[in-house]
Write a protein that binds this ligand. Sequence first.
Ligand code: ASP
Length: 441
Amino acid sequence: MEKTNGIFAWYFKSNLLLRILIGLVLGAVAGLIFGPGISWVSPLGDIFVRLLKMIVMPVVIFTLVVGAASVHPSKLGKIGLKALCFYMLTSAFAVGLGLLIGNLFSPGAGMDMAADAAAIGKEIKAPSLAETFLNIIPKNPFAAIAGGKILPTIFASLVFGIGLAFIRQSDEERIATAGETVFKLFEGGAEIMYKVVRWVLEYAPIGVFALIAVVFGKQGAAAFGPLGIVTLAVYIALLAHLVIVYGGLLAFNRISLFQFLGKAKDAMLTAFVTRSSGGTLPVTMNVAKEKMGISKGVYSFTLPLGATINMDGTAIYQGVCAIFVGLAIGLPLTLGQQITVITTAVLASIGTAGVPGAGAIMLLMVLDSVGLKVEPGSAVAAAYAMILGIDALLDMGRTGLNVTGDLAATCLVAKSEGQLDSDYWQSTDNMEPVPVHVLKD
Ligand code: ASP
């Protein structure tokens, strides 16, 4: 921030992450002290979420078009394939881990909710699988953009960017020049958006304070008992996935997990408090570009894709919650049912939008696949409603891991493609921002 004089100088001069952390702790304390009465601060959190939302679509479109137009189409295919494989395999592992830890902790055992048939459940419809995939192709890209639909927008931007890549390489000078002009326009747009991202981040500490205060104000000490065990199981599984899967894969590629986390922390924290991978995308991209030294040709493609289809945290959550619901209603999941959960949870996590609470909707699809139907008044609905009650707490952790997974995949794909600037990874203890390099695309 250029402005360092005036009464707010102390604010802009102090370390941003420290300010965000202070906002987080103060928010939790305020929420616990004032309880639901703190909810009047929620507009301050909404401002933060709205600002992030405001920049998501332009960031995705500009960076994706520039990214796709910057790499040779054959290379884009390779990067895409690598990222997709990473996303799928880690998600499948994530559900397995969720199920394993769910079995170990047995949340909901002995609750005997089958007797509690009077519980009120809501019937919510999860979209069908074929529908989810078909909707990736927009019938009208402009409507998709205006409607904030990320997956169709990614598809349309990619097609446009690949077209642009060909045009730029045209033998006919007139066409090549036209392509170059369009490319520069989008490149300028992307740079403008990065600038705006930095401004929005200056507001983050206040937004974080409000978002956390409201969550703690509402839930406070309620997350004890069986729900406490669900929460604990989800968070332990998230941590295990981070250390074992990402830590292992990074170490295998000679990248230290600690160094990676030191760089990824802004994005992880933003994801944690906003509960939206999509909303965090501008920050995630900023981290990839300025902290990790990843080429735009890689991250502009893998990050928006990851924010939409790669949800390891959500997959873990679905695994643990399926176990919880089964135990709570006195019908523990059989091995066969748990294998079904692995398949459906991977697909469900792909279909989950990167917005707060989306994973809870897709959990319906997972439960349905093993015969646990959420019908109004049923015990399944009551158990499901209990989880919904603490969804915000679970969503924070799973979104944090979702975004970390996108960054880990992007790092590894970039490294394997020689698109990771090693200058950014020299020393493990240097947390200072590195000079902004002009990245080669
Ligand atoms: N909130 C999550 C995300 O944005 C999705 C979910 O609800 O699981 O990544």
